[in-house]
Design a protein around this ligand. Structure first.
Ligand code: VGL
Ligand code: ZN
Length: 208
């Protein structure tokens, strides 16, 4: 696949809490770090997202007495999966892995910092209304095609890719540069949604 000047690589949430040993560890999450470093060298434009929650965040099971991680609840903006406490502002778990080697990253979009709304997508919080500013940033820079990788396939990667399409960007997920949480069929469901919306799916080898 030939890359263009208006392409950007979006590296989603490669933070310690999503890596083995972290509070919301994604199986095999560490395996994508070297491939992502290699991919990033092919891109002039690289953006990272960072899950960034205050203590007591509404998405934490610990904020809902009697409920456990991976159960779901109904919130004003829809169904919310409850998670272990993770990516709390100021903690090691919220930091990017030191093994990431992307010195030319141009912007970091933080998300999920409002206590009462979760945000999987790099574009919109889970109310599907509150903007992170990413679409405006990309548009002002004339970036039109997004390649998305990172963690986790079925939550922050998929929701970012779906919103990318919705916001008018050509959007491609580099599947083997992601790893999934896969709770209650979430990985299959996310693939079905991405296919229906026109998110393209490719492999690392298509770019290297
Ligand atoms: C994520 C669950 C909760 C992700 C973030 O990065 O996919 N998943 N917060
Ligand atoms: Zn989160």
């Amino acid at each position: 696949m030939r890359l263009r000047a208006d392409d950007a690589l979006v590296v989603v949430d490669i933070q310690y809490d999503f890596l083995p040993g972290g509070n919301l560890a994604v199986a095999g999450g560490h395996e994508i770090i070297e491939p992502v470093n290699r991919l990033a060298r092919r891109f002039a434009n690289v953006i990272q997202t960072q899950d960034w929650h205050p203590a007591g965040h509404i998405s934490f099971a610990s904020s809902h007495p009697g409920l456990a991680p991976f159960q779901t609840i109904e919130l004003p903006y829809g169904i919310q999966v409850l998670w272990p406490d993770h990516c709390i502002i100021g903690t090691k778990g919220a930091q990017f892995s030191a093994a990431l080697d992307i010195p030319h990253v141009q912007a970091v979009i933080r998300k999920g910092y409002r206590e009462t709304i979760d945000s999987y997508s790099g574009f919109l919080e889970n109310d599907h209304k509150t903007s992170t500013g990413l679409a405006g940033y990309l548009r002002e820079r004339g970036l039109k095609r997004l390649f998305v990788c990172g963690l986790a396939t079925d939550f922050c990667v998929a929701w970012t890719a779906e919103d990318g399409i919705e916001m008018g960007f050509e959007t491609v997920v580099i599947e083997d540069a992601t790893r999934a949480i896969d709770t209650a069929g979430s990985l299959d469901a996310s693939r079905t949604r991405m296919d229906a919306m026109g998110v393209a799916r490719i492999k690392i080898a298509d770019l290297l």
